[in-house]
Design a protein around this ligand. Structure first.
Ligand SMILES: O=P(O)(O)O[C@@H]1C[C@H](O)[C@@H](CO)O1
Ligand SMILES: Nc1nc2[nH]cnc2c(=O)[nH]1
Length: 303
């Protein structure tokens, strides 16, 4: 920790620099202009694809694709199952931007860096964000392969003092304090449920997503605690993106693919495993794709 007694804004030290957001509004505006000069699509909907769920990007007709490594000041994806590409295109006529790969706290990125693309989406015109993730099932009535529509979250990373909005507030994006009791749009959740029902999709659940920092998975005691607190599934992402989106007024809908059931029994020899998580993602990505496509179709009809 920094023990220097100083003004962190006018005289920042290395420690405080990583604690506070280093992307100014102007930096993100520059980034937005860089992309606008290269692609004419003005996206209304943003999509962030979770681990192994990048196939949703196949929905984009004739996409313009940027590798993260080629975009100035953009972080790069380091997790298998996250391709590291930004795509612009249309899904049934709706202009969309999609991240095929997100940034996680456990990769070493500060949360303000993990969530910078959400602010970029805002400046590009996005009003609705659709997020997906791979998660472990805590609710004993869930099964591997279920899709959980997220109605709320428990932010364990936030409980530990890490928040993407920490540091001086960027007023041009939103107010200092942000309400998150309605973080997941009730309207979008209702529409998503109606879509899933209309498609006759099996194994669609609704629940509370708990976010930990990772990369270690959970102990049995931690999982029992989360269960008692009302968590239905646990993962390592999404929540900080949603907080950043709500701060700048973007509506959010999120879903978890239950890629494994959490091991809540000391006698069990099972363990969560990233490769298995990727396999379940592959098996169910088509259903996630169909669900997302139909939600976007429905939104286009009602908006
Ligand atoms: O990006 P998501 O939240 O889908 O990634 C989850 C959490 C870990 O990164 C990884 C564990 O396998 O999947
Ligand atoms: N934290 C966490 N993240 C996951 N992502 C996919 N499965 C899991 C899990 O069991 N725990």
């Amino acid at each position: 920790m920094c023990d220097k007694n100083h003004n962190t804004i006018t005289d920042p030290c290395e420690h405080h620099l990583t604690a506070s957001n280093q992307y100014t509004y102007g930096d993100i505006e520059e980034l937005a202009n860089y992309l606008k000069e290269r692609v004419s699509i003005q996206p209304q909907i943003g999509i962030i694809c979770g681990t192994g769920l990048g196939a949703v990007t196949e929905l984009l007709a004739d996409p313009t694709i940027f590798d993260y490594k080629d975009i100035p000041k953009f972080p790069v994806s380091t997790v298998p199952g996250h391709a590291g590409r930004l795509l612009f295109g249309h899904i049934d006529g709706t202009p969309v931007i999609s991240m095929q790969g997100r940034f996680h706290f456990f990769e070493g990125y500060p949360l303000w860096m993990c969530t910078m693309p959400v602010r970029l989406m805002k400046l590009l015109g996005v009003t609705t964000l659709i997020l997906s993730n791979a998660a472990g099932g805590i609710n004993p009535s869930f099964n591997v392969g279920d899709i959980m529509l997220i109605k709320d979250h428990i932010n364990f990373v936030g409980f530990a003092g890490h928040n993407p909005l920490r540091g001086p507030n960027e007023d041009k994006f939103g107010a200092r304090f942000v309400a998150v009791n309605d973080a997941y749009s009730r309207e979008l959740l209702r529409e998503a449920k109606a879509v899933a029902q209309g498609l006759g999709m099996k194994g669609v659940q609704e629940g509370v997503y708990a976010c930990i920092g990772g990369p270690s998975f959970e102990t049995v005691a931690e999982l029992k605690l989360m269960h008692q607190l009302g968590a239905d599934a646990v993962g390592m992402s999404t929540v900080h993106e949603v907080i950043t989106a709500r701060h700048c007024g973007i509506k959010c809908f999120a879903l978890s693919l239950i890629t494994n059931m959490c091991v809540m029994d000391y006698e069990s020899d099972e363990k969560p495993d990233h490769l298995e998580i990727l396999t379940v993602g592959k098996e169910r990505e088509n259903d996630v794709k169909i669900l997302v496509k139909n939600i976007i179709l429905r939104l286009a009809k009602i908006n």
